[in-house]
Design a protein around this ligand. Structure first.
Ligand code: MF3
Ligand code: CO
Ligand code: CO
Length: 289
């Protein structure tokens, strides 16, 4: 089923031959999807327990850094100061901030304020009362990647902004709860889009979640909007992000002249939350929590 020969070692890491391990159950669980035209993940996307443990350690560090950001962020702080904190904590722990020099990105964290959807570059911008901001950190520890982001509300934010931030978090958790082995990854976007519709918001389409762990951006592509496409089937051992970007207005985006900062075309607010998750035999585990 996973393009493994029957005599090769099973993808699950048991050390047994595929034919005496998962071959039959794979055929039972995935066979109908193959004939239906869904995408079956390459076996390289099924991570073994040692790799998952490596990602967990990386995530522990990401969480620790994020919790420090929670305490640090307030009115008057600059996004450059957030960058300095992330950079120092990451490198002090012997890890690497994945965004630094990634395809030319110049900083160790993304800070995206108000109408910025994602990939905001830390600079001398001062956080002010009423701002909402996403802070997105990706840590590489011993070669293993973990990716997470949270929203911050500075001082007194409008009730409209607060509702956007809260609904976006609800979208992320609904997407996470849609993760079930042997079901299509497209189900995640379906449930997220339902909530956005109900609340009168739109779902950003130009950027998606992604496989993560051994690389920064890998398969599967995790769309956050509704689709009738035959997407990839989720299988235990897959690790990917769920990171919906939800807009107050339309989903249209623009990229600024710095070639990174993605903003809403209509200038309205956008919010995002992100977790790295693991597909398990019974459902899902949030690695970055
Ligand atoms: N952390 C972002 C994500 O969730 C990616 C940032 S790439 C950068 O996928 F280059 F903008 F930093
Ligand atoms: Co991500
Ligand atoms: Co991220």
């Amino acid at each position: 089923m996973f393009k493994i020969s029957r005599n090769e070692k099973c993808w699950c890491g048991s050390g047994k031959k595929y034919k005496t391990c998962h071959e039959r159950s794979d055929e039972e669980k995935l066979g109908k999807y193959v004939s239906d035209g869904y995408i079956i993940p390459d076996k390289s996307l099924i991570l073994n327990p040692e790799q998952i443990e490596g990602i967990r350690k990386s995530a522990k560090l990401s969480i620790k850094i994020m919790d420090e950001i929670d305490k640090f962020v307030k009115e008057g702080v600059t996004t450059e100061e957030i960058n300095t904190l992330v950079h120092k904590m990451t490198t002090d722990a012997g890890a690497i901030p994945a965004t630094l020099n990634y395809e030319g990105f110049p900083k160790s964290v993304c800070t995206s304020i108000n109408n910025v959807i994602c990939h905001g570059i830390p600079d001398s911008t001062v956080l002010k009362d009423g701002d909402i901001m996403n802070v997105d950190i990706t840590t590489i520890l011993n070669g293993y990647y973990s990716d997470m982001s949270r929203m911050y509300m500075i001082g007194n934010v409008s009730k409209e902004a607060k509702r956007l931030v809260e609904v976006t978090k609800e979208c992320m958790f609904a997407g996470i709860n849609a993760v079930k082995p042997y079901t299509p990854v497209g189900e995640i976007g379906n449930v997220i889009n339902d909530i956005a519709d109900r609340e009168g918001y739109s779902v950003v389409r130009a950027l998606s979640g992604h496989g993560v762990g051994l690389k920064f951006h890998n398969d599967p592509i995790v769309e956050h909007f509704r689709t009738s496409q035959k997407t990839m089937i989720m299988v235990p051992g897959m690790v990917f992000t769920i990171e919906p970007m939800i807009n107050q207005g339309t989903f249209d985006c623009e990229v600024l002249n710095d070639d990174w900062t993605v903003v809403t075309k209509d200038g309205k607010l956008s919010a995002q939350w992100e977790h790295t998750v693991l597909v398990t035999e019974t459902g899902v585990e949030i690695i970055t929590e």
